[in-house]
Design a protein around this ligand. Structure first.
Ligand code: NAP
Length: 282
């Protein structure tokens, strides 16, 4: 029987670090890290994420400016607002909630964010830095995967890693971060042949496909580490891409959903705003 990797527990430790950092700054009379979070329209999922980010940020003593805009706002007005926030020395991190309304060119608006404030690693420049190995913010969900693996003290060098999913937000950046750790990385997707056989080679299997319980024990090598990024809503319950009950009997370690990867992402986003402030002061 494998062990469960507890993302919540790991998040608590990082939250404590952030809290102490903010408290110390406040005691020293220094400015507190501030996030500006922009929501255009009223997408239910985005409202949920934004409120959750605000709740966690405030609980750690961070400043959080929630900017909610009408869904019919013009693209130029939105870009002007971002440019103002770029210039605002009190704001170290800008988050743009996506998806945005269809009349807005999401890519153009995202790229208006100054990379030094792009704590969610969304801009083309931030992503380019990631792939070129240039210092910058790490995207939160991929960083969460790496942080969970590090918590196991496993040496990633030379490990056979299979990443299931190749999206720009999860699969590709996860693969890149693992490559940076000198793992041997295979990326699989919907056209991969002999998927099961490829997955079964993995010492570490990272699954990010958005297909509830798709990966069962027949995809997993004995003693593998399985990281489940998937979050689908099934009958009102958040469900991962991995069939946890089956896989836990075969793997050495498995992340649960909820309580695994997702439990860390907001905390890592907030850690990035503290890093942004530190970099500004260097
Ligand atoms: P996405 O953009 O829809 O990409 C899904 C990827 O999975 C694609 O590369 C697709 O292949 C591949 N795929 C789909 N079905 C497959 C199959 N049957 N066999 C093999 N590959 C398959 O999704 P995403 O944004 O990466 O998100 C993936 C999951 O992670 C979702 O459940 C999402 O909600 C979750 N997520 C969680 C967090 C978190 O913080 N926990 C953050 C972000 C996302 P093709 O490229 O060939 O189409």
């Amino acid at each position: 029987m494998g062990q469960v990797i507890n993302g919540k527990e790991i998040a608590i430790n990082i939250k404590e670090e952030i809290k102490s950092y903010v408290l110390k700054r406040s005691e020293d009379g220094k400015n507190i890290p501030k996030i500006a979070s922009i929501l255009v329209g009223n997408d239910g999922g985005s409202i949920y994420y934004m409120n959750n980010q605000e709740k966690v940020a405030r609980s750690l003593g961070l400043l959080f400016n929630k900017i909610v805009l009408e869904s019919n706002i013009k693209e130029e007005e939105l870009i002007d607002l971002i440019e103002e926030l770029n210039k605002d020395n009190e704001v170290q991190g800008i988050i743009l909630q996506v998806p945005m309304p269809k009349h807005i060119n999401e890519n153009r608006v995202i790229n208006a964010i100054c990379p030094n404030k792009d704590i969610d690693c969304l801009t083309t420049e931030s992503q380019g830095r990631l792939y070129m190995g240039v210092e910058g913010f790490l995207p939160c969900t991929p960083n969460s995967v790496i942080t969970l693996l590090r918590s196991l003290n496993v040496n990633l060098e030379g490990k056979e890693v299979v990443v299931l999913g190749r999206s720009n937000v999860v699969g590709k950046p996860v693969a890149q971060l693992l490559l940076n750790e000198n793992a041997t990385v295979t990326i699989c997707h919907s056209r991969t042949k002999n998927l099961k056989e490829v997955c079964k080679r993995a010492d570490i299997l990272v699954v990010a496909i958005g297909r509830p319980k798709f990966v069962d024990d027949s995809y997993v090598k004995d003693g593998a580490i399985v990281i489940d990024v998937g979050t689908s809503s099934v009958e009102g319950k958040i469900t991962g891409d991995v069939d946890f009950e089956k896989v836990i009997n075969k793997a050495a370690f498995v992340t649960p959903v909820p309580g695994g990867v997702g439990a860390l992402t907001t905390t890592l986003l907030l850690k990035n705003v503290c890093e942004a402030l530190k970099k500004n002061e260097d």
